[in-house]
Design a protein around this ligand. Structure first.
Ligand code: COA
Length: 435
């Protein structure tokens, strides 16, 4: 069965499930809202339905119930024992079911068919100066792709609500298929004199993306498969996922919603942290050399903190342990590049940074997140341009975000509209509560 047919079969039962949940438990309380939560960026406030993945503060992410090591075990790979194919994860996120290798191969082919990027997209990117941040160029490309939105056309033609998920599915799959072309175009434009490498339709999603960027090393292809898989989704409350969900709740199409998400991903406290980590690590090497001692490293970390900056790649809004996305990248490095000097530096940081952040007293999670590791792996295989890294994150995020957007429309989720209040309101409310 193909992906769309399997999805179409699942939708009515999931609609029923949600209806029953609302009827039976609509008024059940999930917790209390405190003033701290309202001021503190809604930390700890449960307020979103997000089906594709769930984040446990101690355990890390589960994609449709499966941890990263479980995904590595059960999702089809390009070769036995290899990293999961991102197409398989897309299937899993959309349906909750583990696909067969045949299903994944068919999806790879389908994505190739959907991947043609109209010329005006490249022209829109070319109209920006080379100095424009790669994320600005990427979002521009996504906005230029939007002109082909099937959802927008269908909505203008009066499509009924029950069918909203169908053009959302078409837009989402097209977008996921086209993004590697747009992203690699930007990379080649910026760093390789505009010499574009055409797609190879015999390759899977990750390997083809790696190829179009200019990297044919089979290990780099494996890294790209792993990278796209682990960066795809991190439940719904993070800035990029939440932004897409919010914007799409106004019935903006997947291109508009994903473009908005990318603008959030481009912030240094979110996706841009992967750029910041490699730049920071390189600044350590520039100042202290590659054979830096633990003492020197401690001093450097303190220097960063004392200058009012964060240590990039450490800490998290939800996680309270080492991010399993960090751990699996560390395992990849131990297997494929154990002697890489920057990997060894990353390993040293793992020992040095957490005690310092703990000593600082205010950091809730002193452990490394996904961004602490990704840069040195890419750098090892020759993708050294840190400013570009967040674009790779963006391509990956499309898989989780778009999967959920399809379900948002299939489940008929409403316009998002939380209540906001003023400081006056809070003060008065608290006075009354204390009386
Ligand atoms: C991810 C992050 C934004 C989470 O923010 P958060 O939920 O507010 O984190 P906390 O509740 O632990 O923050 C409490 C304090 O510790 C600080 N803190 C958290 N992580 C820190 C870090 N890595 N380095 C220095 N200080 C840090 C915060 O800036 C905050 O300080 P403040 O009260 O003076 O403003 C934060 O940990 C951070 O800035 N990390 C570095 C950037 C990064 O790696 N981002 C990618 C995340 S996947």
């Amino acid at each position: 069965m193909d992906l769309r047919s399997q999805l179409a079969e699942l939708i009515p039962e999931q609609q029923e499930r949600l209806k029953k949940l609302k009827t039976d438990h609509g008024k059940t309380q999930l917790g209390n809202i405190t003033v701290d939560m309202v001021i503190g960026g809604m930390r700890g406030m449960t307020g979103l339905l997000w089906e594709t993945s769930l984040l446990d503060p101690e355990e890390g992410i589960r994609f449709r119930g499966l941890s990263i090591p479980e995904c590595q075990n059960v999702l089809p790979a390009a070769h036995p024992g290899g990293e999961p194919l991102p197409e398989g994860l897309l299937w899993l996120l959309l349906t909750g079911k583990v696909p067969s290798k045949e299903q994944v191969d068919a999806l790879s082919k389908e994505l190739h068919i959907r991947s043609t990027v109209p010329d005006h997209v490249y022209r829109a990117i070319d109209s920006l100066p080379l100095s424009a941040h790669p994320m600005t160029q990427f979002t521009t490309g996504v906005m230029a792709l939007q002109v082909q939105s099937e959802f927008q056309k269908a909505y203008e033609n009066g499509l009924s609500k029950a069918k909203f998920w169908e053009p959302t599915y078409e837009d989402s799959l097209n977008l996921i298929a086209q993004l590697p072309l747009v992203a690699s175009y930007i990379y080649r434009r910026l760093y390789k004199n505009g010499q574009v490498i055409p797609a190879d339709n015999s390759l899977d999603y990750g390997a083809n993306f790696s190829r179009m960027l200019g990297f044919d090393d089979p290990k780099m292809q494996e890294l790209m498969r792993l990278y796209v898989t682990i960066h795809s989704d991190h439940e719904g409350g993070n800035v990029s996922a939440h932004t897409a969900h919010l914007v799409a709740s106004a019935l903006s199409d997947p291109y508009l919603s994903f473009g908005a998400a990318l603008n959030g991903l481009a912030g240094p406290l979110h996706g841009l942290a992967n750029q910041e980590v490699l730049l920071w690590i390189k600044s350590v090497v520039d100042e202290c050399g590659e054979n830096i001692t633990a003492e020197q490293l401690k001093e450097y970390v303190w220097k960063t903190l004392k200058s009012g900056k964060v240590v990039p790649g450490y800490g998290h809004g939800v996680l309270r342990k080492t991010d399993p996305r960090y751990t699996c990248q560390r395992e990849f490095a131990l297997k494929h590049l154990p002697d890489d000097p920057l990997f060894q530096l990353v390993s040293k940081l793992y020992e040095v940074v957490p005690p310092i952040l703990t000593e600082l007293g205010k950091v809730k999670n002193p452990w490394p997140n996904v961004d602490a590791h990704s840069g040195v792996l890419l750098n090892h295989f020759g993708l050294t341009e840190a400013r570009y890294f967040t674009v790779l994150f963006g391509v990956s995020r499309s898989i989780g975000i778009c999967s959920q957007l399809i379900w948002d429309r299939a489940l008929g989720l409403p316009l998002e509209r939380p209540k906001s209040v003023t400081m006056d309101w809070l003060e008065n409310h608290c006075k009354k509560a204390a009386a």
